[in-house]
Design a protein around this ligand. Structure first.
Ligand SMILES: [Zn+2]
Length: 216
């Protein structure tokens, strides 16, 4: 254990942080998906708030990096991560190019050098190289690589709402969870089915919530 010092620290992250990052693009199955990472400020904010990257580290990267290039690299990595886990959810072969991209990002990501105290929690201290997207997204990259090699990989699902297509880990006992969120997509699916039944218009394969998901 080392002395306090949170400047170049990243706090512990959820197992499925990489899926949360992939899901920063909403409604992937719709004609006009919603992008939440609309500019570098949104990306930096997400990394600080959700991924546990220290504010001082984010600010240093924001100051030193070519913001436009960083955004392009970050979104390309996000899409590679989405495709990898979407393929998993659909029991398809992992796209080789995306696996190579993730491997390269992992190699370029900073090492977790030491455990340090960051307030009341523990954090990893990293040696940050200025301007590198792999520093900003280090916890996302670690999460993706870890999840790809864990047993919970078999529990990756793609939301059954074809408009949504969010990725999630099915932690249900039965292993049959279909929706990213029952309160949102699940209830919408129920309402759609009810509407179809009452209109007697539902035929096999035509329900807006029916059929297998096609993650994209
Ligand atoms: Zn959903």
């Amino acid at each position: 254990m080392n002395a306090p010092g949170a400047r170049d620290c990243i706090t512990a992250f959820e197992e499925d942080l990489c899926l949360a990052f992939a899901n920063t693009r909403y409604w992937r199955g719709s004609a006009a998906p919603t992008e939440s990472l609309v500019d570098p400020a949104a990306l930096f904010g997400w990394c600080e708030r959700r991924a546990g990257v220290a504010r001082t580290l984010v600010r240093a990267l924001a100051r030193d990096a070519d913001a436009a290039a960083l955004m392009t690299q970050a979104l390309a990595l996000r899409e590679a991560i989405y495709r990898l886990f979407a393929a998993t959810a659909l029991n398809q072969a992992l796209p080789g190019g995306d696996l190579t991209r993730l491997g390269a990002a992992l190699a370029a990501a900073p090492a977790r050098e030491a455990l340090v105290r960051d307030g009341s929690v523990l954090a990893w201290r990293v040696k940050a190289r200025p301007g590198r997207v792999e520093v900003l997204l280090a916890p996302v990259i670690w999460s993706a690589a870890d999840l790809l090699t864990r047993a919970s990989m078999r529990r990756i699902r793609c939301c059954g709402n074809p408009q949504c297509l969010w990725l999630f880990i099915d932690r249900s006992k039965s292993g049959t969870r279909r929706w990213c969120d029952m309160g949102a997509c699940g209830n919408r699916a129920k309402a759609a089915r009810h509407y179809s039944r009452t209109k007697q218009a539902r035929t096999a394969g035509q329900s807006p919530m029916g059929g297998p998901s096609q993650c994209k």
